[in-house]
Write a protein that binds this ligand. Structure first.
Ligand code: AMP
Length: 142
């Protein structure tokens, strides 16, 4: 299997506006949007705008920038969802659990004693995602 960047991956299409997303934050270097199969409410993905497949090929400055935005999203998610903590994950290559091959960092608000749903086990209602996106967007804009 090739480890070249594939510009037809889903997140590249979201970046080009070819697919919709529940965007919560955007600047010239990064985009954050809700995971449509959240493992907990508020599950957000942060991606660089520059093409990179995963942690193995990303420019270190882009990775640092994504980490900076992931921190903003983590703080906003904790406040908005009144969470007790936050889980941050990044998967690289199929053996590492990666399914979509544009680097992304998962930021997942967590509540004490509430386990995460299994990955890709539940597709959230669009109206709920829209509401959560508005709440996070407002928190990230302030
Ligand atoms: P992974 O590559 O394993 O780190 O995870 C890919 C993540 O992308 C999963 O959590 C999916 O639920 C999520 N996902 C897949 N398609 C979309 C989409 N169109 N919009 C938002 N999230 C998505």
């Amino acid at each position: 299997m090739s480890d070249a960047y594939d510009p037809q991956n889903i997140f590249a299409k979201i970046l080009r506006g070819e697919l919709p997303a529940f965007k919560v934050y955007e600047d010239d270097r990064a985009l954050a949007f809700l995971d449509i199969m959240p493992r907990c409410p508020g599950h957000t993905l942060v991606i660089p705008k520059a093409p990179s497949r995963n942690i193995l090929d990303i420019d270190p400055d882009d990775l640092a920038y994504v980490a900076k935005i992931a921190q903003k999203v983590a703080r906003a998610g904790k406040a908005v969802f009144k969470a007790d903590g936050v889980t941050v994950q990044q998967f690289s290559e199929p053996a590492g659990g990666q399914v979509v091959f544009h680097l992304h960092v998962h930021v997942i608000p967590r509540h004490e004693g509430e386990p995460m749903k299994p990955a890709a086990s539940f597709k959230e209602d669009m109206a709920v995602l829209a509401q959560h996106a508005e709440m996070l967007k407002a928190a990230l804009a302030s």
